[in-house]
Design a protein around this ligand. Sequence first.
Ligand SMILES: NC(=O)c1ccc[n+]([C@@H]2O[C@H](COP(=O)([O-])OP(=O)(O)OC[C@H]3O[C@@H](n4cnc5c(N)ncnc54)[C@H](O)[C@@H]3O)[C@@H](O)[C@H]2O)c1
Length: 371
Amino acid sequence: MTGQPRLKLALMGLGRLGAIRARILTFQQPRIEFVAACDTKPGAGEWAAANLPESVKFYADPEDCMKNSGCEAVLISTGTATHAPLICLALNLNLHVMCEKPISVDVLTTQEVVAKAASKPHLKFLVPFSRRYDTSYRTVKKMVENGELGEVHAVETACIDKQDPSGFFVTFSAQSGGIFVDMGIHDIDIGRYFLDVKNGLSNPKKQVNRVVAMGQQVVYSELTKYGDADNGWGMVEFANGKILTTHLGRTLMNGYEAPTRVCGTKAHSLIGANSVMNRVEIRDEYGVRTATTPDAFMLYDTSFINDLEEFSGAILDNSPMSCTSEDAFEAAKIVTALQYSFRTRLPVYFDDNGLPIMEAVEVNGSAKEKA
Ligand SMILES: NC(=O)c1ccc[n+]([C@@H]2O[C@H](COP(=O)([O-])OP(=O)(O)OC[C@H]3O[C@@H](n4cnc5c(N)ncnc54)[C@H](O)[C@@H]3O)[C@@H](O)[C@H]2O)c1
């Protein structure tokens, strides 16, 4: 690649996702020069020294990293609560930004960040929803575009994690925004991706008519105090008449399952219907068995190669990106409305400006949503 321009990029956050990102940046991104990594937690420098190439400079302070590493772009893979301030800091320093979902757990902050990114059109801003970068979802998208499924009128998804005896997500719930906001954003995004939600609108600002959600705490009763569920069901009626349903869960015993059914008038297509880890079948006294994909992290490799390739291509070649700021904002509005609907047991309608109509709700002593 000598002589080819490469994008100088710094990675913020070396946690579960950041470690995968660091490996991909090191070995699988020929158009990116991985110049720096940053993490504020104690011990992160030692981890970086042991696991990253010597050429990657470690910083414990994000502002120092963004100002002094020579990076032109940042990939923000930190905890959700830090996304909005880090995005704004990077944009103020004239850096291109790619940030893991979600921008924030509240709609107003998301709106402010999206507006800030829009005010810097010379900078690329990408929140990559991973399913849009997965080859199976892309194959079905082509089938939809070619009309092979007929008129696509509904999408049904499920996303169910393996039960985690440590109950990590129970304490995580206080910051995650809840199961609809944290987990469901992928399902909402993929529904929007297939349902052509901007087409056939009488009011272009309003993409959604109403949402309704229900949920349970079947294993983790402590979630009640965070206004959260370990199983949740959401329905979204888009303004063009298309319907999305989703079942989100944290209590599966065999592994991780995330099937998506795209319903068309000529055909249905199913992605990930049987979440097998490989093609091996065991035939024994229990019957015919396959191993299940243990968690979502196993599926990220291809998506994470594709989204980083797209981000660097967008900056270096001005090529188009698969997700826009509007996609991040629209998905954020819907998941926040679903979480609100679950908490209040009420349907949420969207107004003519496309905003969900919600009052502030008290959850664990603090207001969680605003209209
Ligand atoms: N498919 C997906 O798109 C997907 C999947 C999983 C997680 N996520 C998102 O990715 C993000 C990271 O998830 P994770 O599971 O890796 O979390 P994590 O808690 O394992 O890691 C976050 C890391 O960021 C570091 N950090 C926190 N604040 C920082 C700051 N200001 N500057 C630098 N470093 C900081 C922490 O010390 C930690 O090491 C979350 O927002 C999550 O919602 C996206």
